[in-house]
Design a binder for this molecule. Structure first.
Ligand code: CP
Length: 307
């Protein structure tokens, strides 16, 4: 077991299997009348968020509380980062207050890797720029495994803004390691030039991707990261690549529909479809807490077994 979780690239299948198995055990614990264990009592974890987040931030904090860890939350806004303090100084000051683990989200790819060179605490990547979002991919895989039973041989198409997506990269690494087949689909301008090296099918037509896939992971159009001109308009994107009930019905398939959130309803996915019988979007959010408990427990160095 590696000390940090910086990404899923290169993480061996046995480690992913152990995280998923542990997450299913924690999910059972979370269904008990008292959904809490003393596993990380005495450990202190800081959640460093330099970018906005709803799901990841809340679910890490909840996971830490369910494990009985002490938690500290840091947001760049309102901190001395706004006075010009560097990431290295920020984290070394925080570590001087005796933190055991650090969860970090940052707009710069590689920020979590940089932290591992500044501090001794275990570092968990909660999303770094366009690079990776490993716990999102783990909760996506847990949700698929829960629904289908296995990942081996499953066909998963990741649809939309692949260019800007850390979720796509982590899912591709994780799913391929677990023996799933992966495709990406989107307009040419949102598919990175290096994608032909990734060992994935590439579709430029959403109906072809729907016919191929067992599950669609529909990505958010990242309005805040778009450079101008990557596609003509949101309306045109929705018309050509939006996932709709009519498209699923035309393919006559019971697809699993996933989305990491936040959703641009009516753009990458039809409003009603996001809440339909095809959707496991809220199951993903539920599983996020169990996955993050598993990661924190396994990276904490605590050897006490779960009950
Ligand atoms: N999926 C995800 O990372 O959502 P947040 O940005 O709300 O954390």
């Amino acid at each position: 077991m590696q000390k940090h979780l910086l990404g899923l690239e290169g993480v061996p299948r046995e480690e992913i299997e152990l995280i998923l198995k542990t997450a299913f055990s924690f999910k059972e614990i979370l269904s008990r009348p008292i959904p809490k264990v003393p596993t990380l009592r005495g450990k202190t974890i800081v959640n460093l968020f330099f970018e906005p987040s709803t799901r990841t931030r809340i679910s890490f904090e909840l996971a830490e509380k369910r494990l009985s860890a002490d938690t500290v939350n840091f947001s760049a806004s309102g901190s001395s980062v706004q006075k010009g303090e560097t990431l290295r100084d920020t984290i070394r000051n925080i570590e001087a207050m005796k933190m055991d683990m650090v969860v970090i989200r940052h707009s710069a790819a590689g920020a979590p890797h940089f932290l591992t060179r500044c501090i001794d605490a275990a570092v968990i990547n909660a999303g770094d720029g366009r690079h990776e979002h490993p716990t999102q991919a783990l909760l996506d895989m847990m949700t698929l495994q829960e629904r289908v039973g296995k990942l081996e041989g499953l066909k998963v198409a990741i649809v939309g803004d692949i260019l800007h997506s850390r979720v796509a990269r982590s899912n591709i690494y994780g799913l391929q390691t677990m023996g799933a087949e992966v495709a990406i689909c989107g307009p040419k301008t949102l598919i990175p030039v290096e994608a032909d090296q990734w060992g994935v099918e590439i579709f430029y037509n959403i109906d072809d991707a729907i016919r191929w896939a067992d599950a669609l992971n529909v990505l958010r159009i990242q309005l805040e990261r778009q450079r101008t001109g990557l596609f003509p308009s949101l309306r045109e994107y929705a018309a050509h690549f939006g996932v709709t009930r009519a498209r699923l019905e035309a393919a006559q398939k019971d697809l699993i529909i996933m989305h990491p959130g936040p959703i641009n309803r009516g753009i990458e996915i039809e409003n009603d479809l996001a809440d339909s019988e095809f959707s496991v979007i809220l199951n993903q959010v539920t599983n996020g807490v169990a996955v993050r408990m598993a990661v924190l427990y396994l990276k904490s160095g605590v050897t006490e077994t779960l009950e």
